[in-house]
Design a protein around this ligand. Structure first.
Ligand code: AMP
Ligand code: MG
Length: 417
């Protein structure tokens, strides 16, 4: 096999564009699920208010609903409205109604005076502040009229959204089916992570890691297994996976070694190549293609490479296959670098930890004027799986950078806290 000398590697931005172009018409199947299962799922329906909210004027305070036109005159208290009391009263001139927060403000009343600003003797009420129309009243429909669309199809449901779904009266929600993924790790030296490996063997740390990443992106891992570096066995496993999955993810075996059989296996199975090799560090050997409706992503075996490639490319593929519409690349955040980092000719992504010792970051009542500090994890190369310990960010370096402590750097937050 001849190395492709001199041919420039595909830039990362172009790879994303190629993926986007190919993924655009994704139209996943839908399913109807309970709200309690809907976190992180992608909506396949619009969600709108099913009534005016609030349907009637309600009090924002514990106090007294009254007519501002009566000025500072004493009033007679003619009713009490707790939250949950149906409103049927119309206040006449000189009348007031006691109201609790959330209680109906009766017709005729146009403001609420808080209980702290009144004096009451029996049924008589004196107020100590000038009543102003609309004060402390949540007006009917102020959150929106029936039919106001709050969430659109294609949106990924966060925790706040689940409260919105419940507020709209939904018990079930229409979401897109999660993409089904088969994960195949490869390598004769790779043994189950639960065994004690010989000195020439490595534990299969990537398979579990990849499965967890995929689930975090919104995929359903329907099967995962290890396959030795044998073309027939690889062909059988990939062939079976293509028949069942929306995405087949392989780990290892896509580089230039004599036992890196996967590109050849993909070709034999009729998988079309979208690209092979990318200008990023780590992750250069990545292979991406598709077979009919099924995507194939061949991650490099080195643990840091597989992690980074899955985060940068796999997240996009899974999100689109799941019906999501988020833009990629995701916007990066800014931090102040701790330590020194360098890159060579390729853009570089390094595991790093966002430190929580920054005073501007932790003080709730002061404005954060300083950038959070970002510490690169100690890393001895793309095979260094220990560098993922404590990582909660991917530090980004443009090509040919040599940055010192204190430099402003960009990073992608990882999903872990
Ligand atoms: P490869 O891309 O197959 O040449 O593998 C590159 C390096 O990653 C080798 O040193 C492998 O031992 C290691 N590696 C491959 N697969 C895994 C895995 N599933 N878990 C941990 N390390 C792996
Ligand atoms: Mg290998």
């Amino acid at each position: 096999m001849q190395p492709r000398q001199g041919k420039p590697l595909l830039p990362y931005a172009e790879a994303l564009q190629m993926l986007e172009a190919r993924l655009a018409p994704s139209n996943p199947k839908q399913e109807n699920i309970a709200l309690s299962q809907a976190h992180n799922r992608i909506l396949a329906q619009d969600v709108a208010l099913d009534r005016d909210e609030p349907p009637v004027a309600r009090s924002a305070m514990d106090g007294y609903a009254l007519r501002s036109a009566d000025g500072m005159e004493k009033r007679r208290v003619v009713a009490t409205y707790f939250a949950g009391t149906a409103g049927n009263q119309v206040l006449a001139a000189g009348q007031a109604a006691q109201v609790m927060t959330g209680g109906t403000v009766p017709d005729g009343a146009d403001c609420v005076v808080p209980v702290e600003r009144i004096r009451r003797e029996g049924d008589w009420l004196w107020i100590e502040e000038e009543p102003k129309p609309g004060r402390h009243v949540r007006q009917a429909g102020e959150m929106g009229r029936k039919g106001r669309v709050l969430l659109r199809s294609g949106h990924c449901l966060g925790t706040g959204d689940l409260g919105v779904l419940a507020g709209c009266g939904l018990s079930q929600v229409e979401v897109f089916r999660q993409p089904r993924v088969v994960v195949l790790s490869t390598g004769d030296e790779v043994v189950p992570h639960t065994t004690l490996p010989a000195a020439y063997q490595v534990r299969d740390s990537n398979r579990l890691l990849s499965c967890m990443q995929l689930q975090g992106f919104g995929a359903q891992v329907i099967h995962h297994q290890h396959v030795p570096d044998q073309p027939e066995l690889l062909e059988e496993a990939v062939g079976q996976a293509l028949a069942q999955a929306d995405l087949v993810l392989t780990i290892g075996g896509v580089s230039m070694g004599d036992k890196d059989f996967l590109p050849q296996v993909f070709r034999q199975l009729g998988v079309e190549t979208l690209f092979h090799k990318l200008a990023i560090q780590p992750g250069k050997p990545v292979w991406v293609g598709f077979h009919q409706q099924c995507w194939v992503m061949g991650l490099p075996g080195n643990p840091l490479s597989s992690f980074v490639v899955l985060e940068l490319l796999g997240r996009l593929v899974v999100h689109r296959l799941a019906g999501g519409k988020q833009r990629f690349p995701r916007p990066m955040c800014l931090a102040s670098l701790q330590g020194r980092v360098r890159s060579k000719a390729r853009p570089r992504f390094l595991p790093a930890r966002l430190l929580d010792s920054n005073p501007g970051w932790t003080a709730v009542d002061s404005v954060a004027t300083e950038l959070p500090s970002l510490q690169p994890c100690t890393e001895s190369g793309s095979g260094d799986w220990t560098s993922l310990a404590n990582a909660n960010a991917l530090l980004f370096l443009a090509p040919h950078q040599d940055l010192q402590a204190g430099a402003a750097v960009r990073y992608l937050p990882l999903s872990q806290p």
